[in-house]
Structure formats: structure tokens, C-alpha cells
Design a protein around this ligand. Structure first.
Ligand code: DC
Length: 230
């Protein structure tokens, strides 16, 4: 069967990665979480004192980019690929609030984007890929066979993220998470390089009131249509 490229973009915590993983597993496609790469670079910057809440050594990070080796390794137990930073599994470490609070600043750096976009294009060379992020349909794969743009209110997204973090045992408040979601929305949509915008040919899905099942079915139908018309 013809393999297609699926780009899923949208605001933070819209559940893009959940549905992207489900679709990729269902079709036997590769799933790529591009946000994990920006998070891993941010973790590197934190670990090397290049960024904190009141300081960002952008030049230092740019010159360290060659030292940052990112790799996705499939974990059969989990059913998706986990992020490795310089040989170390950082899948959990990149999901903390410390990283979430700083990642948008790192992701607004053009040199970082250039490096990661190259890697993302390389992974999507042979189609059969579902990639989620902010600029997948606009910059990384402007010719993707199917582009989806996911939205939900900031409050709905903050509540989902808050529940996830609580479940993991993180000590956070809902207000803190909502503030982070709103700040990231602002930085992601207003940055100069590859801001988060809906591609003209993307299909918008507001999942505020959709169950996971309804969301999966909606997107799978779109995938099937895209395959038929390829
Ligand atoms: O999807 P996420 O929340 O894990 O993404 C983390 C951050 O990375 C997000 O605030 C914006 C940035 N990002 C980006 O700029 N471009 C992408 N393709 C993916 C993520």
C-alpha cells in the first residue's frame, strides 16, 4: 500500500503525540516526536549551564551544537522510540517542568532549528512517517500528504498536562502549568523563525470535546482518504 507522510502540528499539550503514536502504530509507520528533540537540546543547555530562568548563553549553545548527539531508539516494551541525548536515555528527564519552562526560548533559536529540521527531514525521507510538532506541515514537510492542526483551549490543555505531571508524582500547581502553557503559546506563535501557524492546507481539529477514541477515528479516516488520493 502507498505510504504517506502525516504532519501533525498544534499547540502544546493538545494530545498530538498520543494520537500520532496511535496512528503510527496502527499503520506500522515511524513516529517522530520533534518536540522531544527541542526538549533534549534544552536539557543539554540546562546541564551545561547555558540556560536558566534568568540567563541564556545563546552563542555558547550555538557553538556547542556539534557536541549534541540526538537519537531515537525504539523501545518495543513501550511501542515507541525514546529520546537519547549523547547516548543516554532522557525520555523522562525531558518532560519535566524545568525543561518545559525553557524549551520555547531554545526552540526560537534559528541555528537550533536548522540542525533539528535537517535531522527531521532525514527521518522522513522515505514516507511512512507520522511526525508531530509546530512547523512540520509548514517548514519540515511542506508537501506532506496529510496535515493536521490540533487545537484545544489553554485551560483544557493545562488540565491534561497537570493531570499527567501529577500522575508522575511531580509537585506542580494547575496555575503554574496554565501559565507555562500560555507562555509557550505566546513564544511559539510569535517567534520570527518558523512560528506555530496552521498551514493553509491543514485540517483543523479542536479536540476539547473529543474522546481519545473519537480523535483517533477522525484522524484515521483522514489518513485513509489521503492514502486513496495519493
Ligand atoms: O510538543 P512539545 O510540547 O514537546 O514541544 C516542546 C517545545 O518545542 C514547544 O514549546 C515548541 C518547540 N517545538 C518547536 O518549536 N517545533 C517543533 N517542531 C516541535 C516543538
Amino acid at each position: 500500500m502507498t505510504k504517506i507522510t502525516v504532519a501533525i502540528d498544534g499547540f502544546s499539550s493538545t494530545g498530538k503525540s498520543t494520537v500520532a503514536k496511535q496512528i503510527a502504530n496502527y499503520l506500522g509507520y515511524v513516529y517522530v516526536d520533534s518536540g522531544a528533540m527541542y526538549r533534549a537540546v534544552t536539557l543539554y543547555a540546562i546541564q551545561n549551564q547555558l540556560i536558566s530562568s534568568d540567563h541564556f548563553d545563546k552563542k555558547g549553545l550555538i557553538s556547542a551544537l556539534n557536541e549534541i548527539d540526538l537519537l531515537f531508539k525504539f523501545n518495543p516494551k513501550k511501542g515507541f522510540a525514546e529520546m537519547y541525548l549523547n547516548g543516554k536515555n532522557v525520555e523522562k528527564a525531558i518532560r519535566t517542568m524545568a525543561v518545559s519552562n525553557l524549551v520555547s526560548k531554545v526552540a526560537a533559536t534559528p541555528e537550533v532549528r536548522k540542525k533539528l529540521v535537517q535531522y527531521q527531514r532525514h527521518m522522513g525521507e522515505h514516507a511512512g512517517v507520522v511526525m508531530d510538532g509546530r512547523d512540520i506541515g509548514t517548514v519540515v514537510f511542506p508537501n506532506a500528504d496529510l496535515k493536521i492542526f490540533m487545537t484545544a483551549s489553554a485551560e483544557t490543555r493545562a488540565m491534561r498536562r497537570y493531570n499527567e505531571l501529577k500522575e508522575r508524582g511531580d509537585d506542580v500547581s494547575y496555575e503554574e502549568v496554565l501559565k507555562n502553557v500560555q507562555e509557550r503559546d505566546h513564544i511559539d506563535t510569535t517567534r520570527k523563525d518558523s512560528p506555530l501557524i496552521k498551514a493553509e492546507d491543514a485540517i483543523e481539529i479542536d479536540n476539547s470535546d473529543l474522546s481519545l477514541e473519537e480523535q483517533f477515528d477522525t484522524i484515521l479516516n483522514l489518513v485513509k482518504k489521503a492514502m486513496e488520493s495519493k
